[in-house]
Ligand binder design. Structure first.
Ligand code: APR
Length: 314
């Protein structure tokens, strides 16, 4: 039997998620969105159904506004919420998206209690926290999509700077999904060559800064809304690793319970994703400077989470 993937939110990211999940034949796809005057998610689902002969995939794609249709989903990817507008910080979104994520969490708990849940809605570190608290799901089943995207941006900018293939740039970005995130130049390599041997300090700093502000750079260019292609593919990487038990080790917002000196917060850390969900957090021996930056990003996440004032239901 095919796996079932529920996409909660069928907007910009949701529609790309649906297309990628179908093309990669991850399973049957249900796109859920709130009832609207017209039926955009039903239209998108039908369009993807009609694209299947060209795209060479077999997947049932449906759109719905009834949570019952996500029953028994194996994977849930949440993009429901309001996106960031120009001049708006991720934190501005907090109040409105807390309400939405809480409602989503309650419904997912009821309809798909065993699902592996990937949260994408911003402000990410707080939304994944709220989802886990309200659903009461184990930490292995709830992750936030941020680190895969932040790392992709870091790798893309380095490849651009050096004129090399992105495939050969390896590295990771830790911490919160915002300006305090921590790209790690010391541990980044290009075809095995340390980045610090290839670029001088000012050049590296420039790329670090661009990575931290990459989401904002896109928001400004788009004019309305925020990035959608790269966030969608990043979430698919996490879902696919779970569904196929690939055991990829990727940066994701995982619940830390002492790892990296962080307790009770979701922050971006390297984690293994396989059939058990978020199976393991890997700890890196950081130097003092990196530790200080991680502590700063954890403080920023802690502050946002404190503003959430969410009561656990389980
Ligand atoms: N339940 C389900 N869906 C909802 C709800 C809700 N309570 N409230 C809003 N939505 C839907 C909207 O109707 C919309 O279709 O969520 C969808 C969000 O889609 P977009 O507005 O196009 O936003 P998108 O660009 O997809 O980003 C979604 O991901 O990266 C983050 O910052 C981004 O928080 C934003 C989220």
């Amino acid at each position: 039997m095919r796996k079932k993937i529920a996409l909660i939110g069928g907007g910009q990211i949701g529609q790309i998620l649906a297309m990628l999940a179908a093309q990669r034949e991850l399973g049957d796809i249900v796109i859920f969105d709130i009832p609207q005057l017209e039926n955009p998610v039903k239209g998108k689902a039908l369009d993807l159904t009609e694209m299947a002969p060209c795209g060479d995939y077999d997947a049932k794609v449906t759109g719905t506004s009834d949570y019952k249709d996500i029953a028994g989903a194996d994977v849930v990817i949440v993009t429901a919420g309001l996106p960031r507008k120009p001049g708006m910080s991720r934190e501005d979104l907090l109040a409105v998206n807390i309400k939405i994520i809480s409602e989503v969490a309650r419904n997912v708990k009821q309809q798909a209690p065993n699902a592996f849940c990937v949260i994408v809605t911003n402000p990410l570190d707080a939304m994944v926290y709220v989802f886990q608290k309200v659903s009461g799901f184990p930490k292995s089943k709830v992750v936030g999509m941020a680190g895969v995207l932040d790392t992709a941006r870091w790798r893309a900018f380095i490849a651009l700077e050096l004129g090399v293939s992105v495939e050969d740039v390896a590295g990771t970005v830790l911490g919160g999904h915002g300006p305090t995130m921590v790209p790690l130049p010391r541990l980044t390599t290009v075809g095995g060559v340390p980045l610090t041997d290839l670029l001088d300090k000012p050049a590296i700093e420039r790329i670090v800064d661009r990575t931290k502000e990459a989401g904002t750079e896109i928001v400004k260019l788009l004019g309305t809304g925020s990035a959608f292609f790269s966030p969608a593919w990043s979430a698919i990487i996490m879902a696919e690793s779970y569904l196929k038990d690939k055991k990829r080790v990727v940066a994701c917002a995982a619940l830390c319970e002492g790892e990296y000196g962080v307790k009770g917060l979701f922050i971006g850390v390297p984690a293994r994703i396989g059939a058990g969900g978020m199976e393991k957090i890997y700890e890196i021996s950081l130097n003092d400077g990196e530790k200080a930056m991680l502590s700063k990003t954890a403080d920023a996440v802690r502050q946002t989470v404190a503003e959430c004032k969410v009561e656990a239901t389980a």
